[in-house]
Design a protein. Structure first.
Length: 147
């Protein structure tokens, strides 16, 4: 699987993510990292990253982990983020990396084949340049086979 080509394509696939400058910095089987840039246009009233930017990075990273896990079968699937929860743990200053992982992809593919659809959470950790966790998130995904 050519994850590098997929990674490059993901950057342009979602116009909103491009608009705020999200960058997919890592994409492999079941894992993705998305960087939220340090840009004054994305800051809040206390000069830290705005909550909505952090949320967007978390959702994009979870989508990247999904894409990396299901890459071989994307053409036959319809994915949809069906819910999310985010917990802000400290002020997020500077560029932020959102890391997501989906280790049980094989099991999920088996369920998808058996049932035609599958729902699952993807956990995301958002960290600053010092490696400190600034937020954590869980994004719920619903994936079905196309009819």
């Amino acid at each position: 699987m050519d994850y590098e080509t997929i990674r490059q394509g993901m950057a342009a696939a979602i116009p909103f993510n491009t608009h705020i400058g999200l960058e997919v910095t890592e994409l492999e089987a079941g894992r993705a990292t998305v960087r939220l840039p340090d840009d004054e246009r994305l800051r809040n009233h206390v000069a830290s990253q705005h909550a909505s930017g952090l949320f967007a990075a978390a959702e994009a990273a979870s989508g990247g982990a999904f894409v990396g896990a299901f890459a071989e079968r994307l053409g036959e699937l319809t994915p949809l983020a069906s819910g999310a929860e985010i917990r802000y743990e400290k002020l997020a200053r500077g560029p932020i990396d959102a890391r997501a992982e989906l280790p049980e992809a094989a099991e999920l593919l088996d369920r998808l084949d058996a049932e035609g659809k599958v729902a699952f959470p993807i956990d995301v950790t958002l960290s600053n340049a010092q490696g400190e966790t600034v937020a954590t998130a869980t994004v719920q995904w619903h994936v079905r086979k196309r009819a």
